[in-house]
Design a protein around this ligand. Structure first.
Ligand SMILES: Cc1cc2nc3c(=O)[nH]c(=O)nc-3n(C[C@H](O)[C@H](O)[C@H](O)COP(=O)(O)OP(=O)(O)OC[C@H]3O[C@@H](n4cnc5c(N)ncnc54)[C@H](O)[C@@H]3O)c2cc1C
Length: 279
């Protein structure tokens, strides 16, 4: 029998977790419950986070936005700072799953599932997000790149949970976008995706550019050589096409039912061309 707990606070959660070893943390359940149904492997206990207010807060100051792990994708979609200053994250949650999935699924759950196709991950990489982790006796923060250690794997230790994600707010004039190429627009069938954060000077020359690809490798793929190739230039179609070749060569996708590796390489490179039409 699987016991289900609804702690009201982190202190209560720690107590329940220590009394029930082997249990699993559950946020919206959109990944966890599917996994339990598919494998038939039920954890002895579920620790539901939905009553812990601290995990649902969104706070910000001039420099950083702090997003609680239990903030749903729908709430991110409705948040004005995300809409205006973190457009790549807004784009990602707008194409993530379907409305019911967006209402239940959370940013913490998307991170902890650590899928190479997780839509919030490429934006979190380009924004340089930090993941705040807590356990009964410890607090630590790691960059999102350190947090994700492989497909479905994170650097979380037993007894730890993600409490929030901290994202530095980009300087004014910075643009960001997330593009997702897939067979259906807003369900889990991504062929490849790309997040970008970029800043141009008054002549349209790229001063800063951060790129990250989803569904293009075992985890999110970053390619500093492609960023380097674009920095100091305008985003002409020709320059982007050449950079796209570096991308197609640099990503490491696998063959699966959604597309061959060669097709995914091509799509990952072509996604860069969309930047020619962004201001
Ligand atoms: C029909 C459908 C379509 C989907 N489409 C997409 C899509 O287009 N793009 C996409 O990226 N995903 C998609 N998903 C996957 C899923 O909805 C997302 O990954 C979602 O963000 C998971 O969040 P959750 O709160 O439901 O996580 P849960 O299912 O509750 O948890 C997922 C995992 O994270 C752990 N966990 C959750 N919160 C914490 C925490 N705070 N600390 C530590 N561990 C934690 C759980 O133990 C579990 O292992 C889809 C799912 C379904 C069912």
């Amino acid at each position: 029998m699987m016991e289900i707990f609804f702690p009201d606070s982190l202190d209560e959660l720690w107590a329940i977790m220590s009394a029930n070893p082997g249990g699993a943390v559950m946020a919206g359940g959109t990944d966890l419950l599917v996994r339990i149904r598919k494998t038939g492997r039920k954890p002895p206990a579920l620790f539901c986070l939905e009553r812990i207010d601290e995990l649902k807060q969104i706070r910000e100051n001039e420099k950083v936005i702090f997003i609680g792990a239990y903030v749903t994708h729908q709430r991110l979609l409705e948040n004005l700072t995300v809409q205006k200053r973190l457009r790549a994250l807004w784009d990602a949650v707008s194409v993530l799953g379907s409305p019911p999935v967006r209402h239940s699924g959370t940013i913490g759950g998307n991170l902890c599932t650590a899928s190479p196709a997780g839509d919030t991950l490429p934006p979190l990489y380009v924004f340089g997000a930090e993941v705040d982790i807590r356990s009964k006796s410890n607090k630590r923060s790691v960059s999102v790149a350190e947090f994700i250690t492989g497909p479905g794997r994170t650097s979380l230790h037993s007894g730890e949970i993600v409490t929030r994600v901290s994202i530095p707010l980009p300087a004014p004039g910075t643009i960001s976008r997330y593009y997702k190429a897939g067979k259906r627009k807003a369900m889990a069938i991504t062929v490849a995706s790309m997040a970008v954060q970029a800043k141009k000077d008054e002549n349209g020359i790229i001063e800063l550019i951060k790129l990250a690809w989803g569904s293009a490798g075992a985890t999110v793929v970053t390619l500093p050589e492609a960023e380097e190739f674009l920095r100091g230039h305008t985003l002409s179609e020709e320059r982007l096409r050449q950079a796209g070749k570096l991308v197609s060569a640099g990503v490491t996708p696998i063959d699966d039912i959604r597309g061959s590796a060669a097709y995914r390489r091509m799509v990952a490179g072509n996604l860069l061309l969309r930047l020619a039409h962004e201001n």
